[in-house]
Design a protein around this ligand. Structure first.
Ligand SMILES: [Zn+2]
Length: 157
């Protein structure tokens, strides 16, 4: 699971070494582009330094650099609700009620529908069906440097 924490240059060179010749160079360029754009974007959104974020990403990386530094694994932090702390998140959405993307009834759990006969999970194969929200909690970000999906709180309805 845990991999070596690589430096910026090592990440790119490891990607290059996954394939000989021009294909290796293209892979290195693709990885560099993802690292550069994500460090910029994640740093702007969270306020953490690029160095802190790179270490956080490397700590979370469980596959080789080519497979990890990809747009689908590391989305840009757009249309994301940002909170400094978990308490801030709870204050913003005090009802504790969320709209299930599947049955569209109220769930009291933001990740798994509490309606009988539904049991929809936001972390399942079909996710939030595009009807949930993406959140980032700053105090958790360096341990989990990814946006997290949850059902839409009724406060946002
Ligand atoms: Zn449901």
């Amino acid at each position: 699971m845990a991999t070596n924490i690589l430096t910026y240059n090592e990440i790119i060179e490891k990607a290059r070494l996954t394939w000989p010749g021009a294909e290796g160079d293209e892979r290195a360029e693709r990885v560099k582009q993802i690292v550069d754009t994500r460090l910029e974007n994640y740093s702007n959104v969270t306020g953490f330094s690029k160095e802190e974020i790179l270490i956080a990403l490397e700590r979370a990386r469980d596959v080789n650099t080519v497979n990890f530094y990809q747009a689908n694994r590391l989305p840009l932090l757009e249309n994301t609700h940002f909170f400094d702390t978990l308490s801030d998140l709870k204050e913003k959405f005090p009802s504790g009620k969320y709209i299930c993307p599947n049955c569209e009834k109220i769930s009291t759990d933001p990740y798994r529908c509490t309606q009988p006969d539904c049991d929809w999970k936001v972390y399942g194969l079909f996710g939030d069906l595009g009807k949930g929200i993406k959140i980032i909690v700053k105090e958790l970000f360096l341990d989990h440097p990814f946006p997290e999906a949850m059902f839409k709180p009724i406060e946002l309805k």
